[in-house]
Design a protein around this ligand. Structure first.
Ligand code: IPD
Length: 273
């Protein structure tokens, strides 16, 4: 029995079914909201780090539905929910990943919902209704894009790798990310910046890009997408053999991971959160 699955406890596929239903309901709410006027309501870490009323409405909806369906579970959400719960199950929710894309009516935005049991992510959904794309995964069950099984890239040569990445919102973080990028860009096929970390991880799982890396992610950015990428055969990890953290998230084919990691780790950026 894999880590995170307890005898008699909830099964990953049960949690996945609930995550999918909630992501679809929240996605519908966002799509309806997107049809009206969307304005940046406030900012978080910097003036470019916006939050809309719909980010909050989506998290509120998911939280309410989770309390109805599974009252003892914990919830960690980007817009402030942080409750450990009593059941051993905790949900990790980005109610609207890719908020800036959403604000500009670009389609790359998603609702990302993961369920962990005793700290291990066992189910994940990244639902992007404006793209017509839904990524899903359950621990040990593989991952899928709109129901079709996924396998990530098997590229081993950095110079042939199309690599997605993302940038944080603070000036200091961006300055250090540019420094890293000047090292990476000459060594890879090309770089893509699509604007939603959960969807970047889904794209890596689907082989639409070969690999993805980003510094500064939070659990709600990578929990669901990380499982989706892992279940598609990619290696997902952080710096120096450590798990993914705010310091670094890499998703890459196993034969490419170390080369990409070493390039990224060459001189640690000076910024910190
Ligand atoms: C952001 C997006 C972006 C990534 C940032 C995230 P948000 O999430 O995923 O692609 O580069 O690091 O913070 O703010 O749109 O939920």
């Amino acid at each position: 029995m894999p880590d995170g699955v307890t005898p008699g406890g909830p099964r990953p596929l049960e949690l996945l079914a609930l995550a999918l239903a909630l992501a679809q309901e929240a996605g519908d709410l966002l799509l309806r909201g997107r049809a009206g006027t969307v304005a940046a309501e406030s900012t978080k870490s910097s003036p470019t780090d916006v939050v809309t009323a719909l980010d909050r409405a989506s998290e509120e909806l998911v939280g309410r539905r989770l309390r109805e369906a599974r009252p003892g579970d914990g919830l960690l959400g980007e817009e402030g929910a942080d409750d450990v719960g009593t059941s051993g199950v905790r949900w990790i929710v980005d109610p609207l990943d890719g908020t800036v894309n959403f604000l500009y009516s670009l389609p790359n935005w998603a609702v990302s919902i993961a369920a962990e049991i005793d700290g291990t992510v066992v189910a994940g959904v990244v639902h992007a209704p404006a793209m017509g794309v839904t990524y899903t995964a359950a621990l040990g069950e593989g991952s899928a894009r709109n129901g079709a099984a996924l396998a990530g890239s098997t590229v081993t040569d950095l110079s042939r790798a199309l690599v997605a990445t993302g940038f944080g919102y603070t000036v200091e973080r961006r300055a250090s990310q540019v420094t890293v990028l000047t090292r990476v860009l000459p060594r890879v096929r090309d770089i893509r910046r699509m604007g939603a970390a959960s969807l970047d991880l889904g794209a890596a799982a689907a082989g639409l890009v070969d690999a993805y890396y980003e510094r500064g992610l939070h659990p709600w950015d990578h929990a669901a997408g990380g499982l989706i990428a892992t279940e598609a055969g990619l290696r997902v990890g952080g710096l120096h053999g450590r798990p993914v953290s705010n310091d670094l998230t890499i998703a890459a084919p196993p034969g490419l991971f170390d080369a990409l990691h070493d390039l990224l780790a060459a001189d640690p950026p000076a910024d910190s959160d």
